[in-house]
Design a protein around this ligand. Structure first.
Ligand code: ZN
Length: 288
């Protein structure tokens, strides 16, 4: 009898501990870069930037838009575009099930938010990846929304800014996902022919098919400090070339040293920088 009692008490204690852990997780968070445990509120007050090492935490797409555009100027396009399941793909879960889970978690239909806005009065077409939606993966919907965004920019003769945060292609859509790289690249080529500006902003992380298309095709490529940017992950590269990788490999600071990125801009300065670039280069023909 005592044995059972003891067990009940132990279970109660464990539950309490788990509860405490949950609360402490809500209050504290570990920095992905310097591993420091930091009070969440401090990071929030600091625009989601680590006060110790300046690592820029990923932020939800809507928050990102709020922080960059003039208040009340964002008009969203194609918000209802949602994925089908042409391959009837199933891994551990069915693809439509995964999509539905992400839709419920983020309140969005797919992994990018697109629309028009103004930044310090400058008109622009804006796309922002939502990393919490299936890793910001590039599926048919993201490809279509980006393409429409660019086509609208050409029609209205304004520049395009896309904030990237993505693990790459959406595996559940197979070849259809890979085709989006060609589709968006072709649209960007037309934007270029029209003499209009495209700025890509690479945030942590920008990898795979997105870095290899939308990400690296910017006329001006901006990165956030310490953002991980690359095509294949470091482990895959290490195993393929069988060599140690240099320190800081695939981080924004390494890429700027090697000419892959034009600017590293801190989150607090981004709005100002984007406005200046749009003012200098944003109108048709100014880029040439
Ligand atoms: Zn840190």
């Amino acid at each position: 009898m005592t044995w059972f009692k003891k067990r009940e008490e132990e279970e109660k204690e464990e539950k309490e501990k788990r509860g405490e852990l949950k609360i402490s997780e809500q209050l504290w968070t570990k920095c992905n870069s310097c591993n420091e445990i930091i009070y969440r509120k401090v990071i929030e007050r600091n625009l989601q930037v680590c006060p110790k090492c300046n690592y820029h935490f990923p932020i939800p797409a809507r928050k990102r838009i709020e922080g960059v555009v003039d208040p009340g100027t964002f008009i969203e396009y194609d918000a209802d575009l949602a994925s089908g399941d042409p391959l009837e793909f199933k891994d551990l879960k069915r693809y439509p099930h995964r999509v539905k889970e992400s839709q419920e978690a983020t309140g969005q239909k797919d992994a990018i938010l697109c629309g028009e806005a103004r930044i310090k009065g400058q008109p622009v077409m804006l796309g922002v990846f939502e990393f919490s939606f299936m890793g910001g993966s590039l599926g048919s919907v993201v490809g279509e929304k980006v393409t429409r965004l660019i086509e609208r920019a050409i029609e209205k003769k304004v520049g395009v800014i896309i904030f990237c945060a993505s693990g790459g292609a959406r595996m559940q859509e197979g070849i259809l996902s890979l085709m989006q790289m060609a589709k968006t690249s072709a649209a960007l080529a037309k934007l270029h022919e029209a003499g209009l500006l495209y700025i890509s902003v690479l945030t942590d992380p920008t990898t795979g098919g997105v870095s290899a298309s939308i990400g690296m095709l910017g006329d001006i490529i901006i990165a956030e400090p310490k953002a991980m940017i690359g095509f294949a992950g470091p482990r895959v590269i290490k195993e393929t070339i069988r060599a140690e990788l240099p320190e800081g490999f695939q981080r924004a600071e390494y890429l700027i040293e090697h000419g892959m990125v034009d600017l590293i801009v801190e989150r607090k300065d981004l709005r100002h920088m984007l406005a200046s670039l749009l003012e200098m280069l944003g109108q048709e023909g100014q880029k040439k």
